[in-house]
Design a protein around this ligand. Structure first.
Ligand code: NIG
Ligand code: FE
Length: 395
């Protein structure tokens, strides 16, 4: 297998605290990386680099582990720009607009949905994302949910069944929960790694704690890992339920009680913050410092979706985390890479060390600090990124 040596790396972030400066980011100044096939073969100081078959000079740029966008809803058609405009004029977000995306998605052909999906994944990759989790949730029928997951599975192994996104128009709540836990789950489980539920008693469209528990328990019995949309609009039961059931991640965490923070601190569930949602719904941001002070593991993701947050940019999310949630740039970068990898229970991504996947993101700047320092400027690009199986098969 041929190897390539990357040099000219002014700042190499490995996320391996055993490397470089000993910080959680494991920063090596004037670093080098050797890639062999799909994997990292060596990292270290440029002066110590062994020989390789090929060599590439990155001209004094920074290199970081590829961003892991661990929460997105990319399988959709339609547009809700008018809903966004009305929110900016004061209408609060409550998930009611999801119905319009469901209608547009049901109307779209498989070919059209796949084309939209590919475009969105390519947009992410162009901004430095090398792994993306993709949820269903805009079909809300047995066939529609299975189709979304089958298409998402062409682009990523991180697929999530979100039949329990909202109760579809015309359905009775208890009938719909039974369908999600029965026939729909059976059809979707072969195409999904995870199951998720929008647990939000404050929304008339989403699910309460008992309904969420039923969905998650059924998903777990079908062999799926657990994720939860929790505590987005109110301090509901989502966070504590996620921790109790051993979910890999509970996402949003915007409204938390002390008991929620204690539960997260005492459990293994990662708290995934999605500050693009607060930006795009003009809401108060989650209290990242409170969670960090309690020792909770944080991830950052985009939540890219047509309603609450239509950005595909992890650098933008990092900038928001630093500016609006007072995370340090180092904490934010760690959460967007290693933390998000942890939320997907993956140890082969989010880190650059021998044996990890060769998912590298290059920053057109001498330091990762520029991710927050230069908001909105397209300086991050995936170098050797393969967000999905499809692309892996092509290489
Ligand atoms: O994570 N909260 C529920 N689901 C998405 C929004 C989906 C939509 O509005 O289309 C979220 O914010
Ligand atoms: Fe979401």
């Amino acid at each position: 297998m041929s190897s390539a040596l990357l040099t000219g790396i002014a700042e190499l972030v490995t996320n391996d605290p055993g490397c470089g400066d000993g910080s959680p980011l494991g920063v090596i100044h004037d670093g080098a990386v050797i890639i062999s096939g799909d994997a990292v073969a060596w990292v270290g100081a440029a002066g110590d680099a062994p020989a390789a078959d090929a060599r590439r000079d990155l001209g004094g740029r920074a290199v970081v582990p590829g961003f892991v966008d661990s929460h997105s809803h990319l399988v959709f058609a339609g547009d809700r720009a008018a809903e966004f405009a009305s929110r900016m004029a004061g209408t609060p977000y409550d998930g009611g607009g999801i119905a319009s995306t469901v209608a547009a998605t049901r109307d779209a052909s498989d070919e059209r949905l796949l084309e939209l999906l590919r475009t969105r994944v390519a947009e992410m990759r162009a901004q430095g994302t090398t792994t993306v989790e993709i949820k269903s949730g805009y079909g809300l029928t047995v066939g529609g949910e299975a189709r979304a997951l089958r298409l998402a599975g062409l682009l990523t192994p991180e697929t999530t069944f979100l039949g329990a996104h909202v109760v579809p128009a015309g359905a009775r709540r208890d009938d719909y929960v039974r369908l999600v836990c029965g026939e729909m789950l059976q059809a979707c489980a072969p195409h999904a790694r995870w199951i998720d539920v929008f647990c939000e008693p404050a929304s008339p469209h989403a699910f309460d704690g008992d309904e969420a528990r039923a969905v998650l328990t059924a998903g777990s019995s079908a062999g799926l890992g657990l994720r939860v949309h929790g505590n987005q609009l109110s301090a509901g039961p989502g966070v504590r339920l996620a921790v109790e059931l051993g979910a890999a991640s509970v996402d949003h965490c915007t409204h938390l009680t002390d008991a929620d923070v204690d539960a997260l601190a005492g459990g293994r569930t990662v708290a995934t913050l999605l500050p693009g949602v607060e930006f795009s719904t003009r809401s108060a941001y989650p209290d990242a410092r409170r969670l960090l002070a309690a020792g909770v593991t944080l991830a950052l993701a985009t939540d890219c979706n047509p309603g609450s947050c239509y950005t595909s940019s992890m650098p933008f999310i990092i900038a928001l985390a630093v500016r609006e949630m007072r995370m340090t740039a180092a904490e934010a970068l760690w959460a967007a890479t290693a933390g998000a990898a942890r939320s997907l229970r993956r140890d082969d991504i989010g880190v650059l060390s021998p044996g990890s996947r060769a998912d590298l993101t290059v920053i057109d700047a001498p330091s990762y600090l520029h991710l927050a320092y230069r908001p909105g400027v397209p300086i991050a690009h995936a170098l050797t990124s393969r967000p999905g199986r499809e692309e892996r098969n092509e290489t």
